[in-house]
Design a binder for this molecule. Sequence first.
Ligand code: AMP
Ligand code: ZN
Length: 112
Amino acid sequence: MENCLFCKIVSKDIPSEIVFENDELLAFKDISPAAPVHILIIPKVHINSPIEINSSNSAVAGRIIALAADIAKEKGLEGYRLVFNCNEIAGQTVFHLHAHLLGGRSMSWPPG
Ligand code: AMP
Ligand code: ZN
């Protein structure tokens, strides 16, 4: 999608530190890390936000969660947090579906 930051990262028009890539998914380091490990996992196709996940496109969401588990294992994380911010009120700033994989430090709950 035109004018989407993460679509430009997918097309490599904007550089990123890629951690994993296949035909469907891209994982790259967050530019402003909130934890020692902070990786964003996105579908290559443009989906605005988790609110647009439904029975016809939910398979990709499962594969995002599975990829997060693989990356966490590879990084040796004993635990991690997986966050999908959904819409502005919940902190979403980039409107291309993404999971934040956060780890490498202890975290409190509930979030702010
Ligand atoms: P959210 O607030 O959930 O929409 O998350 C968007 C995330 O994208 C933030 O954590 C930003 O730090 C991150 N971000 C913004 N621009 C870039 C970029 N060019 N490369 C990597 N991460 C980015
Ligand atoms: Zn996009």
